[in-house]
Design a protein around this ligand. Sequence first.
Ligand SMILES: Nc1ncnc2c1ncn2[C@@H]1O[C@H](COP(=O)(O)OP(=O)(O)O)[C@@H](O)[C@H]1O
Ligand SMILES: C[C@@](O)(CCOP(=O)(O)O)CC(=O)O
Ligand SMILES: [Mg+2]
Length: 387
Amino acid sequence: MAEVRARAPGKIILSGEHAVVHGSTAVAAAIDLFTHVSFRLDPPVPPGNGDGSLGLELKDLGLAFFWSPSRLKEGLGDAVTVPSTPVSCSPERIKLIAALVEEQDIPEAKIWLSSGIAAFIHLYTSIHGYKAGKVVISSDLPLGSGLGSSASFCVALAASFLALSDAITVDKSQGGWLRLCENELQLVNRWAFEGEKIIHGKPSGIDNTVSAFGNMIQFRLGELIHIESSAPLRMLITNTKVGRNTKALVAGVSERASRHPDAMAAVFTAVNSISKELSTIIQSPALDDISVTAREEKIEELMEMNQGLLQCMGVSHASIETVLRVTMKYKLTSKLTGAGGGGCVLTLLPTLLSSAITDKVVAELESSGFQCLKVEVGGEGLQICFS
Ligand SMILES: Nc1ncnc2c1ncn2[C@@H]1O[C@H](COP(=O)(O)OP(=O)(O)O)[C@@H](O)[C@H]1O
Ligand SMILES: C[C@@](O)(CCOP(=O)(O)O)CC(=O)O
Ligand SMILES: [Mg+2]
């Protein structure tokens, strides 16, 4: 029986979210929180013994869904699988997939899962057709919070499906967590992007790209540049726990841009400059305490400017403003990360900041009902494991 595991990280966007959808540069980094997928292909069922099932288990949510291969074939028509060639989900196909999702009777309180399950069906059936199998998913990431859970979900799924197809040739005898080569990462990333389109509507591709490749990237119009920070960058991530939907927020920014084309074009241009400056500063050598502090102050100023422009785009939120106000009292700089509208906020933790101050900031934020997490920016990208 063929079996594989995959894990793909979430991310933080240091600058450029939303504007990156409109062609601006953005800077993003992986964080050490992962979506974990285990995938097993079942052997063909002997004739007369039914046709098996495709199972999807969402462990953290205590939910499991099943489709019979014959139902998938009835619902989607003849399967055309070319694992080496990523295909978009057409409007007609998304309607057929939606029917297969609706019949699963997802609990109303978790209806936001529908887009993720639709992405799962598109990726699975495009790569493996209607073969029986079992997929089990768990995640360290808060879903719908701006940390790229959708992208890490799509990257980990695409990688696990491709790892058991003829499109990826990995030495299965190797033990432990393995990185894929550049070409294979590109293929996984292109499939994941097709999944993100189902969840985000109009994704830029930055989330799935940084989840696949890891570390830190500068990204614009599908092109990535790997960047290395010259010194560790520590961030406090505050989850406001205000749920929101990236697809709706991205659509809202596009609608504002159509109402105010010139003004919003100027906003996107300013974000483009901020991201390029930020990338240069992050890579600039920090030689001594003074230059470390000067470097971090420049990063903070760019974060503050980006936050102001995100407010122009209409994607801030009262809960985000509360985090900004609390951290500003301690002379710290914050900005929303991801789609905004709630979700997560980044606060730069300067190298010379005392842990006592950090603890006070965390205590005050958590007293507001928020959840805080300290991360070092940049981490491993996608990895797979056969043992
Ligand atoms: N582990 C997961 N299991 C099932 N669906 C997931 C998982 N992670 C993400 N998703 C899907 O992605 C959606 C969240 O994506 P999005 O709104 O872009 O927020 P973010 O990417 O910031 O977490 C969820 O509503 C769900 O449909
Ligand atoms: C708002 C956006 O720039 C990032 C969305 O991030 P998230 O899905 O909220 O983690 C959209 C995109 O780039 O696809
Ligand atoms: Mg997302």
